[in-house]
Design a protein around this ligand. Sequence first.
Ligand code: ADP
Length: 259
Amino acid sequence: MNPTIQELMASLPEQVTHHIQHLERMRQDFVANVSHELRTPLTVIHGYLEALLSQNLEETQPWKKIFTQMQQQTLRMENLIEDLLLLSRLENQGDENADENHINVAALLKTICHDAAEFSGEAKHQIQIEADAKLFLLGNNSELRSLFSNIIFNAVKYTPANGQINIQWNNQGEQASFSVRDTGIGIAAEHIPRITERFYRVDPARSRASGGTGLGLAIAKHVLLRHQAFLTIESELNKGSLFTCVFPKKRVASCHSER
Ligand code: ADP
């Protein structure tokens, strides 16, 4: 079996390890600073485009299509920057626990599914949810929302129109399991081990066209790590995929009333 990153690092001389850690911190800071600096000018451009389009002026009519495309692209860049900033926050916090509460996962999933159905729109995916309303999870609400949304929205993005998406939240022994099964395009076995890497895409053109940032599953991986949970992916090309997140017993709580 190949050694893990931790095992490899432990086998290196201390000076080398320090240098690698220093470079990694520089990389993280660089990405965070660039993302932050790009945010302001982009907000200004987006704001002006929105104003131009909303006024519906006669002079701008011939340019409407171009302005609309520019606005869509700025929105894409904004999403990318938000995801980069979220990812660097998750990386920088390491194992430190952000604000944690007992989360009503069933209620959270209901709102995400509502948004996913809107996102599906004309494609009319059949989104079904089966969630144990008494099963709560100790964790960070916004991190968990990102995790669940990324996996559910991916199911919509990578499943052709009218396909089925089944979401489950229930006990698995003393652990808790969140799973999303879709009838989509599937993922070939050789891609699965790399799918949670930043910007790793099976089909870059398709993923970009579907509006993804390429960071969704990298974010999911970090959120899972911070909740001591793990992800399994089963998939078959042109049949569909099953993404399952398993949370440890210490994070699971049974609640009989809404908190
Ligand atoms: P993206 O923004 O490109 O969707 P993600 O990190 O969320 O980025 O996903 C990485 C890649 O994994 C996607 O580009 C896609 O190729 C693949 N993928 C993720 N979820 C699914 C799914 N449910 N079905 C098929 N492929 C998927």
